[in-house]
Design a protein around this ligand. Structure first.
Ligand SMILES: Cc1ncc(COP(=O)(O)O)c(C=O)c1O
Length: 386
């Protein structure tokens, strides 16, 4: 009997042929039928009948089932990237003439997709702030989709999932949340009534900065719709990458729990530093997101943000680090730092930066699984150089 999701993440499908400890990789793009009439099974949507790997593949299914279980959901679907998961999911449910209500503070490429590309399909997006999102049913009662993220990049501000779901239900809209920053270990939005959960699997789930992948997690019915769109858009994952992901998923819980612990200690360390003006981390009782995070997260995550005096100080700090890498992306075993105004928030106007609560002296930290004392020393030395 498998009850706990961390156990399920290790013991998925069995290698019935040779009883190997790992479920094998099936790199085949095509699968033969024993007789031509077997194609009826494909037409009849039989789940375990594989004919072509863009549609479905056993190695990929093994990981999809694990992700569904980690998110407490019925089903999941893997993609070649987080963006493939986001765009395919949105285009599965929105059609020409539909309106989307989206949080203004989104991952940059998601924002640009909704702003610049979705309108080409006749889909318009209203970008709103947090309070408008909680009351979206009043202003946008006919919206097709409500799209948001929590915690938000890079400030780690948390949005109340419960409040968004309540408003979206009143409006009759489907809810989609990007759960990348939290990972399925720290937050399970399906439990709170969200319809579709998105992950950039490239981040925590992959966890080693060596796999590009994405996922959508939802009910069987919704995943069936998303899979139909995926078959056409073609953003399927490679079975070899899915096999690598199977290894990653097995260690997800221990990695994320270590990242949670380290991030908490680092946040508490930065709060005490004179040269740090502000520390943004949902696990600090002084954080404006602390209450919301406590209500909906089981861990506060491995992402935090510090604010130094100015851009020069941020650059000097990042350039002085010896353990942490100055690189974009997040969620890997190695600690990364990045300056939002030079990366995720580059070329934004002062007004846009203000709305995003991003300042020039900000440094975003994705905490890895190195020894926390080594990280503390690295950050202490870098602070001394500014
Ligand atoms: C919150 C979030 N969502 C989605 C994405 C896109 O994922 P991918 O790079 O795997 O396409 C990213 C990438 O940085 C992200 O940070």
């Amino acid at each position: 009997m498998v009850n706990s999701k961390s156990t399920q993440a290790i013991h998925g499908r069995k290698d019935k042929l040779y009883r190997g400890a790992n479920f094998p990789v099936y790199p085949s793009t095509t699968f033969a039928v024993e007789k031509s009439d077997d194609y009826d099974k494909f037409i009849g949507d039989e789940e375990e009948f594989y004919i072509y790997s863009r549609y479905s593949n056993p190695t990929v299914r093994n990981v999809e089932e694990k992700l569904a279980s980690l998110e407490n959901s019925e089903d999941a679907i893997l993609f070649s990237s987080g963006m493939a998961a986001i765009t395919t999911s949105i285009l599965s449910f929105a059609r020409s003439g539909d309106h989307i209500v989206a949080l203004r503070r989104l991952y940059g490429m998601t924002y640009r997709f909704l702003r610049d590309i979705a309108p080409k399909f006749g889909i318009e997006t209203h970008f709103v702030d947090e309070s408008e999102l909680y009351a979206m049913d009043q202003k946008y009662p006919g919206a097709r989709i409500v799209y948001f993220e929590t915690p938000i990049n890079p400030t780690t501000d948390c949005i109340s999932i419960r409040k968004v779901v309540k408003a979206a239900r009143k409006a009759g809209a489907l809810t989609i949340v990007d759960n990348t920053f939290a990972s399925p270990i720290n937050q399970n939005p399906i439990n709170l009534g969200v319809d579709v959960v998105i992950h950039s699997v490239t981040k925590y789930i992959g966890g080693h900065s060596d796999i590009m992948a994405g996922a959508a997690v939802a009910s069987k019915k919704l995943i069936k719709d998303i899979r139909e769109a995926m078959k056409a858009f073609g953003g399927c994952i490679n079975p070899l990458d899915a096999y690598m992901l199977d290894r990653s998923v097995k260690t997800l819980k221990v990695r994320v729990e270590q990242q949670n612990r380290s991030a908490q200690r680092l946040a508490e360390f930065f709060v005490r530093q004179r040269k740090v003006n502000r520390v943004l981390y949902p696990g600090l009782p002084s954080s404006r997101s602390y209450k919301t995070a406590r209500r909906q997260m089981t861990g506060f995550g491995g992402m935090l943000c510090i604010e130094l005096g100015d851009l020069d100080a941020a650059k000097k700090f990042c350039d002085s680090l010896e353990v942490a890498l100055n690189a974009t992306s997040l969620g890997g075993v190695e600690t990364l730092v990045s300056i939002p105004v030079l990366t995720s928030h580059i070329k934004m106007s002062p007004e846009e930066l203000k709305a995003a609560r991003v300042t020039e002296g900000m440094v975003r930290i994705s905490v890895g699984i190195e020894d926390t004392d080594d990280l503390l020393l690295d950050f202490k030395r870098a602070l001394a150089k500014i």
